[in-house]
Design a protein around this ligand. Structure first.
Ligand code: TNX
Length: 528
């Protein structure tokens, strides 16, 4: 009798256990996620309309691509590769000519959606499928970057994660405010090898930045192989600030960088800084100096002491050769000729020098970008002025019909210190905390420089004090994320109070990406 009752109890207990287990499992795998408009997206998309439910990425999910474009296919492959790392799923990429019906993930280039422009996209998520529609391949790519940010932050990790890969349902309709959204890296003061530049390119692409300006020459180093003037890299590339071993990109390495960037819809803009900031060239070839004597290599951090000999024909043959070789390595439309801080070049020589150099760039079928000082010369309206510190120069450019890239040092210079406790960087233009970097409008910063004069914004990272990736990341992030939003999101939609919350929620994503970012005290960081 006692035994029988015990048996009943055992059976009852067993049933209860099973019921509880089912309940718990059910609860844990319930397909919920925060609604789409609560996701912390940077840059903030133009329009987000949330709806009910979520899409779950599974082992069997297929990425379909409308079969009218190789480039769309490449975006599909990129997405599949990216998702593979943290999910462990090998999502197949398949062509389809049907636009209707259920398709898991669907990348679609639509000729009818011209209003999306070169870089816009529509991302639709339902519990059944995800579609990204764009007018051009770049738009598809940016749609995948938004999708990346809608997934749990673990998607950024470098090993397989056991996570329910949910994407909140809704529709995002998005396109950028400015066509030019750039970052500049100074590889002359300290050299950064190709793998570092690639890692930076990956970070830029994540924030929908589309231009990488490489500052390839300065007093301390010449970083690009020029076959017709080999000593530029042999001698000029042999050191850097602090007397390290320097380095340079071979032609092949440089082309590989250009292609790597292009695969992420980023254009590389090469800069050869002239006529000042040229000591590395002047040390490599005596003939570039008026006295024919090669200068000593320089590893300090002063500026404004060097100049090419602007009255010599050899100097112009040199520039022509460099521009020819550089143009051949540059599929993009622009070459940057520097032109800043030429304090050792008298103005009466500087002006004709810039005008002649401008024409030499055109001879190689490229347009010119230069720092704002070049507007003291007569420049064409196709020439672009990069504003960094001088309103008057920039206005001179605008009056000549030139467009402007906004890089105000006091807002966008990534080498400016965050505050007085910062161990890296400089502060000649003041301290640039995360709010100062974010909370401004390119279209109202310089009186007389209006929205229609502005091509976009760029964040320069000068590397006098930056020697490695960890330090580079610390100075760039999170300020660069804010600049990316300024370039992408309309000013009317940008609010610091809203941005700082999204940025705080980005901490676990930065960590998962392995980015060493500055934990600004202005932000409440949600680190995992
Ligand atoms: C000014 S900005 C420079 C660079 C320095 C930088 C340091 C500009 C066009 N020239 O040569 O590296 O300041 O912040």
């Amino acid at each position: 009798m006692k035994k029988g009752r015990f048996r009943y109890l055992k059976i009852f207990g067993g049933i209860l256990f099973i019921l509880l287990t089912v309940l718990i499992i059910n609860h844990c795998t319930k397909e919920t996620t925060a609604p789409m408009d609560k996701a912390s997206l940077i840059p903030l998309p133009a329009k987000i309309a949330p709806s009910k439910g979520a899409f779950r990425l599974k082992r069997g999910t297929v990425i379909f691509v409308s079969n009218n474009s190789d480039e769309a296919f490449r975006v599909g492959d990129y997405l599949s590769d990216f998702l593979h790392t943290a999910t462990g799923y090998q999502l197949p990429v398949k062509a389809t000519n049907k636009t209707k019906g259920k398709k898991d993930i669907f990348l679609f280039l639509s000729k009818n959606q011209e209003e999306l422009g070169k870089e816009g996209y529509v991302l639709r998520v339902t519990p059944e499928m995800i579609s990204i529609t764009a007018y051009q391949p770049a738009g598809l790519f940016y749609g995948t970057q938004t999708l990346r940010q809608l997934l749990p932050y673990e998607i950024e990790k470098k090993s397989v994660q056991r996570v329910s890969w949910l994407v909140p349902a809704g529709t995002i309709t998005d396109k950028p405010e400015y066509a030019y959204r750039g970052a500049m890296l100074d590889v002359a003061r300290h050299f950064f090898p190709p793998e570092d530049v690639k890692a930076y390119i990956d970070m830029l692409a994540f924030f929908k930045i589309n231009m990488l300006h490489l500052h390839l020459s300065d007093d301390q180093g010449w970083r690009i192989e020029i076959k017709s003037w080999p000593k530029l890299t042999e001698i000029g590339g042999s050191t850097e600030v602090g007397s390290g071993k320097g380095g340079f990109y071979t032609r092949e390495e440089y082309k590989d960088l250009v292609n790597y960037a292009a695969d992420r819809f980023i254009t590389i803009i090469p800069e050869i800084d002239m006529p000042g900031h040229t000591n590395a060239a002047l040390a490599s070839y005596g003939v570039l100096n008026c006295d024919n004597k090669p200068r000593k290599l320089y590893t300090g951090t002063d500026v404004g002491f060097s100049t090419l000999c602007t009255s010599k024909d050899t100097v112009y043959s040199f520039i022509d050769d460099v521009m020819r070789e550089l143009a051949a390595m540059t599929p993009g439309s622009w070459i940057h000729i520097g032109g800043d801080e030429a304090h050792a070049t008298p103005m009466k020589e500087y002006i004709p020098f810039i005008e002649r150099t401008q024409e030499m760039v055109w001879a190689h079928k490229k347009y010119v970008i230069g720092w704002d000082e070049i507007a003291n010369a007569t420049i064409d309206k196709s020439t672009v002025i990069q504003f960094w510190d001088n309103n008057k120069n920039t206005l001179k450019g605008v009056r000549q019909g030139a467009k402007v890239i906004m890089s105000p040092a006091s807002r966008t210079y990534l080498d400016m210190q965050y505050d007085s406790t910062c161990n890296l960087g400089l502060h000649w233009s003041g301290y640039v905390e995360v709010d100062k970097a974010y909370d401004w409008d390119p279209a109202t910063l310089v009186p007389g420089v209006e929205k229609e004069n502005i091509l976009g914004i760029e964040s320069p990272l000068w590397t006098e004090t930056i020697t490695n990736m960890k330090d580079l990341e610390y100075m760039a992030f999170p300020r660069l994320a804010g600049h990316a939003e300024i370039g992408w999101t309309p000013a009317s939609e940008r609010k610091w109070d809203n941005y700082k919350i999204r940025l705080g929620n980005f901490a676990s994503r930065f960590n998962a990406m392995g980015i060493n970012f500055y934990h600004s005290p202005l932000i409440q960081w949600n680190d995992e």
